[in-house]
Design a protein around this ligand. Structure first.
Ligand SMILES: [Zn+2]
Length: 403
């Protein structure tokens, strides 16, 4: 049986102990000591981190009355010095104590029952048994929790037999029987819990609700607790300062300024799209005017070849739409970029253009691929240096086809 020093001396970070058992496991060793300050994973709280004789402790688990420390290496001696990582423990003591205060406040504000808790590395979540919580109730909960923190109430820890639990004003019944640990925050809250907590509510510092989401018909609340809330405030303050400079406005006007910018952007997009449609019409007319007449007798058609460099794809799409609506036209339009080009080949609906008959002679010239169905085919070419040859080859192949 391991002596649990962490319940007696919450701030003891260094301890001497004897190794009573060393077991080789898959990724190292599990070590049992006669006593330990290392809190094992449990009660929603992760295990302590730290070192045994400078060897990092990766995990701590409770098995019956024993506590096992998981390390990559076995400490050399039989007597070791253990050291707790205080930053890690303090963070999770803040999460845990803060969570008790928030759950107590949720109960006081609207009889919201906490059904599950998760203490993550970024934020802590509390799931309540309710399909919804109003913004007003959430704000009242946050205010009450911070009031309890500011009141610096004492936390009282009492080991009892579960038979005597009714003597305590428990917020929810004990989940286990036998020896249980009652955690009271003065007369504000009372639950059964085996985790690590501060001795005063003030040490939590601050809590801030940062969001809510629906899960399994309940609501899950996200919280920044303790130092995390201060760090989050600093981060938001930096962001607000940058936004003020970027938008040349005061903090109070940041949101309305962004709304105004978004409305202006939407209006400009509408205007731009309208102008682009008109521009596409002008270019389409120019291309049609410059077409080369191929074929003979009554069987003639116009050929359009065009190559752009880094042109707007949406503009080209609109030009293609215009060209497809004309009669008697075959076209090949290219849009070059640094290391590739996009090709579009199409024809008017009144023509019978057999693209598939020329495909295998045309595309290998530029390591090209792609396809489509009448009257439009499109794809990519990986040799933009050969777009001139590509267009000439296209013209040559079109001349040999029966259209
Ligand atoms: Zn607890």
């Amino acid at each position: 049986m391991t002596d649990k020093l962490f319940y007696l001396h919450i701030k003891q970070l260094i301890f001497e102990a004897k190794i009573e058992e060393s077991i080789k496991v898959k990724n190292g060793w599990k070590i049992r000591l006669d006593k330990t300050c290392f809190y094992p994973q449990g009660g929603g709280q992760p295990a302590d981190k730290g070192w045994l004789d400078n060897v990092p402790v990766n995990d701590v688990q409770e098995e019956g009355d024993n506590i096992y420390h998981y390390l990559e290496k076995e400490p050399s001696g039989k007597e070791i010095t253990g050291k707790i990582d205080w930053e890690w423990r303090k963070d999770f003591m803040q999460q845990h104590t803060g969570q008790h205060i928030i759950s107590g406040a949720l109960w006081k504000v609207g009889n919201y029952k906490t059904v599950s808790v998760h203490m993550g590395l970024d934020y802590t979540t509390i799931e309540i048994e309710a399909p919804e919580i109003s913004d007003e109730d959430l704000m009242e909960t946050e205010n009450l929790a911070n009031h309890i923190i500011n009141s610096n109430l004492p936390l009282i820890f009492t080991w009892i037999d579960s038979k005597d639990a009714k003597k305590f004003p428990l917020r929810k019944p004990s989940p286990v029987e036998g020896k249980i640990r009652i955690v009271q925050i003065d007369d504000f809250d009372c639950v059964v819990c085996c985790g690590l907590h501060f001795e005063n509510s003030g040490q939590v510092g601050l809590v801030k609700a940062i969001g809510k989401e629906k899960i399994r018909g309940n609501v899950r609340l996200k919280w920044k607790i303790g130092d995390r809330a201060y760090l989050d405030y600093s981060k938001k303050e930096r962001m607000a300062s940058q936004l003020k400079v970027l938008l040349s406005t005061s903090e109070d006007l940041v949101v309305s300024t962004i709304q105004q910018l978004k409305e202006e952007e939407a209006s400009l997009k509408r205007k731009y799209s309208h102008l682009e449609t008109q521009f596409a019409m002008v270019i389409s007319d120019q291309l049609v005017a410059g077409k080369e007449i191929l074929g003979n007798g009554n069987n003639t058609y116009g050929l359009i070849l065009k190559s752009w460099q880094d042109e707007d794809e949406l503009l080209i799409k609109k030009i293609i739409k215009n060209l497809l609506a004309r009669k008697g036209i075959v076209f090949c339009l290219l849009n070059k970029s640094k290391d590739k080009f996009l090709w579009n080949i199409g024809c008017s609906e009144d023509l019978n253009f057999p693209f598939n008959e020329m495909k295998d002679k045309l595309l290998p010239l530029v390591d090209g691929k792609g396809g489509g169905t009448f009257p439009l085919w499109k794809g990519i070419g990986l040799k933009p240096r050969f777009t001139g040859e590509f267009l000439l080859k296209f013209k040559d192949l079109v001349g040999g086809l029966k259209i």
